[in-house]
Design a protein around this ligand. Structure first.
Ligand SMILES: Cc1ncc(COP(=O)(O)O)c(C=O)c1O
Length: 404
């Protein structure tokens, strides 16, 4: 039997890690905490702190005159995101609104281009996606099909619009974005929330996508979302939210709505300037590290976690549900356990391993590559095995809370 990697081998991986220095850009006021929830809310970098301070300074000094630059932010930061993270072209990405609202806008707009056919997704897709799609389908008189798996969703006959998560929020499974895009007859809208900033994405040829910035991009709580529309489709789309920021000549204050050319027509109202500035600063770190290196480190960290889970945690009742091939997963590892919720709480309260819980029985551990080391991953798995083996999770208050 081969021995599981010891702590020294994790230290050796860190010594050879080209991204190791980025950790110091995310100082943790609580050094003993092992923060494995970057898949939910990424941590604050000094870059973002300084970027926000600068934006507040502009607000203080320039007040309304700041809009001369701020008005360009959704496009300018969108272009950076397109280039650094999405494999998209300039003018194909906007940073604005929330993922939920962007999905709503794109789903409505896509159905204008496909006058016939059903709206489909899978039952495991993120709740907001399912709810939005069901609502849009009802509003447009289309049938909504909730397939019981991704494979089922790909087979739905007569699909006009198909929505898929690139990386599944629960299991961490990553889909073949390029292959599905090429094979699908439906228009596909990709939800990239759990893959952007974790793995390199190539949207070339894809029709539509949305995603958030507060997970692996570390833009902060409530950070703005993005939307992507393939260039050739843009001038055929109409936003269901006819706001003045999507208007051709915004400050003409004209009598009737006329959509702006290109992707700008998918703007609605005033964009969240401070939050978008935070994303701009967060992208400086991504630009320096590079998505290829970030993806390699995500693979290496999750490999180590899965190996240790197999060696130590299987006998304690855990099952790894995340795919074992790194190209088929993102940067989080999902462990199934019948007592996942009390274990999650005990880890946070007693040993400061901060992961999260997803219904009904999943403990999620996120290995955000810019600030998690291999030693952190090793220590976290070690604390989990010690805590569960001792049954500490049976002693804590296991009431479910509003936020899990
Ligand atoms: C896959 C996915 N889509 C959408 C969202 C949330 O969207 P919003 O930013 O609108 O709350 C999340 C949030 O965790 C998510 O994981």
């Amino acid at each position: 039997v081969t021995q599981p990697p010891d702590r020294a081998s994790a230290e050796a991986l860190d010594a050879a890690d080209p991204l190791a220095a980025f950790r110091s850009r995310f100082p943790d006021p609580e050094p003993d905490r092992l923060y494995l929830d970057g898949n939910s809310l990424g941590r604050l970098s000094t870059d973002v702190e300084h970027g926000l301070a600068a934006a507040i300074g502009t607000w203080r000094t320039r007040a309304v005159e700041g809009w001369a630059e701020w008005v360009e932010l959704p496009r300018r930061v969108g272009d950076r995101l397109a280039d650094l993270c999405l494999g998209a072209a300039p003018g194909e990405v906007l940073v604005t609104d929330s993922t939920t609202v962007n999905l709503y806008k794109l789903a409505h707009a896509a159905l204008d281009l496909r006058p016939q056919g059903v709206v489909a997704t899978d039952a495991d897709n993120f709740p907001t996606d399912r709810y939005v799609l069901e609502g849009v389908a009802a509003a447009r008189g289309r049938r909504f099909v909730l397939a019981d798996s991704v494979e089922g969703a790909l087979q739905v006959p007569d699909a006009a619009l198909l929505c898929l998560s690139h990386v599944d929020y629960r299991t961490g499974r990553r889909l073949d974005l390029g292959g599905i895009t090429r094979a699908s007859e439906a228009m596909v809208v990709w939800d990239l929330s759990h893959s952007v900033g974790a793995v390199a994405i190539d949207l070339s040829g894809a029709d539509l996508a949305v995603g958030c910035s507060y997970k692996y991009l570390n833009a902060g709580p409530g950070g703005p979302a993005f939307l992507y529309v393939r260039r050739e489709l843009q001038d055929a789309l109409t936003s269901p939210v006819r706001g003045w920021f999507g208007q051709r000549d915004q400050f003409a204050m004209g009598p009737a709505y006329e959509p702006a050319p290109g992707i700008d027509r998918l703007m609605a109202g005033t964009p969240p300037v401070l939050a978008t500035t935070a994303l701009d600063a967060a992208l400086d770190v991504v630009a320096e590290a590079g998505m290829a290196a970030i993806e390699r480190k995500a693979a290496s960290l999750t490999d180590l976690a899965i190996t240790l889970a197999d060696a130590w945690l299987a006998e304690l009742g855990f099952e790894v549900v995340t795919p074992r091939s790194p190209t088929e997963r993102g940067a989080h590892v999902a462990l199934r356990h019948p007592e996942a919720w009390p274990i999650c709480r005990a880890l946070i309260e007693r040993v400061r391993v901060v992961g999260d819980f997803r219904q009904p029985d999943i403990l999620r551990l996120g290995f955000s590559p810019l600030y998690i080391s291999h030693t952190d991953a090793w220590d976290a798995m070690d604390r989990i095995r010690t805590l569960v083996a001792a049954g500490v999770h049976r002693d804590i208050d296991a009431q479910l809370r509003r936020v899990t």
